[in-house]
Write a protein that binds this ligand. Sequence first.
Ligand code: SF4
Length: 495
Amino acid sequence: MNNLNLKASEVVVREVRLGSITGFSGSAEELVGCARCGKLTDQARSFSQTLGCSASNASCTVILIQDAAVISHGPVGCAGCLHEFAFTYRVNGVHRGLSKTTPRRIFSTDLTEKDTIYGGNQKLADAIREVYDRTHANAIFIVTTCASGIIGDDVEGIAGEAEEELGVPVVAIFCEGFRSKIWTSGFDAGYHGIARKLIKAPEKKQEDLINIVNFWGTDIFAEWFGRLNLRANYLTPYATIDQIAHASEAKATIQICSTLGSYLGAALEQEYGVEEIKTSPPYGIPQTERWFRELGRITNREQEVERFLAEERERWLPRIRELREKLSGKSAYVTAGASHGHSLLAILKELGMKPQGAAIFHHDPLYDNGDVNADTLQHVVNDYGDVPGYNVCNKQEFELVNILNRVRPDILLARHGGMTLWGAKFGIPSLLIGDEHFGMGYQGLVRYGERILETIENDEFVKNLEKHAINPYTKWWLDQDPYTFLGGDLNVQRD
Ligand code: SF4
């Protein structure tokens, strides 16, 4: 395992900590091979469009905690996208059994040009008190931004003073966008703050409690775990500060996406001996069986798990076979974050489809647990064979559009809002599933298969859209090699 330093206030970014990259073109097998023999090198782009921002990903780990408040310490624009999480909280709360979803408590210190000269320390200290008076939150998180980082505000010191005065955790999260080209470094920054300041030493171990590091997916684990006599402790969306504080008492930690939970899973194991299930999440049949058997081993429920798997097979395999017949040979393209993108590729292959490529936002050669066998892309390649046209690209839409124009798959699968638009403009049926639990297990294959079929069969809207859509990219660009700017010459000329 990598040695995580929870005494430091700031987390080391993924490029340095894990050797992660954002530029690669080749096949999935080549990428896994490069990672395994230590030859993974990042390829820079001589032209790049806008990237995501770590501050948003860090905010995702804390805004959705039921009883927390979050202060973005920076210009108000840096908090401009955070309202999305308020929407997400409301919409998905019902799928997580919340009878009432409270408004999210999101604030900004609104640093101005003048503050960048005279400093924003006082503004932050005042904001923390004001936020506490208004919300009486059980914890306050401060999310830093490029501006507060550049001017060198003492965010850690101010958080410490406020914590002493108010008697609730005040957690500084260092996630300035300029720190990393890999915005998932923001997840690590959020979990670093949570692991350092919120999670307490266990009072007593709870042998049937399993931590689930996830986003906002539907609560499928209550039914699964109920049959195995286990209980789910979801981290961190929809959890309370108290629930998170007791995560150290769980028997094990699982992740629905290793890109998301890498840091927290490893931190819980390192600090409190909560065993992390290191094998990939349960997407596709071989991985579902491996994952459940590992859960059974760790929780001493091997026989119960075998019974569970037999029941699942009996119930869902006939429908999976029917779907395979209908979908066999259909082509697909995937665009998503790293580990969840690998899971989508496994689903497609399991349903007999042919992924023609993928635009995946970054690649981690290893996760924080340091276990080579935890590599989620390696599992896909070993179980189903190679995926051609594997592109690591941090949402460089110009590359995606160029590739889609050439490949023209039967369906585009996306995980992030806004990405399906590019497929639809070419008349390609495009599907975005926001619920990350949707494709898990045997039933997940049925759910995904049915949605894919429905999307391919109902293509009238995208075919009409194609006739009227205006593509911002010129013919010149669409005729170029999609990787012209990857590791390329800074002086490429336009005709
Ligand atoms: S990259 Fe920097 S300036 Fe832009 S939103 Fe993120 S923190 Fe703010």
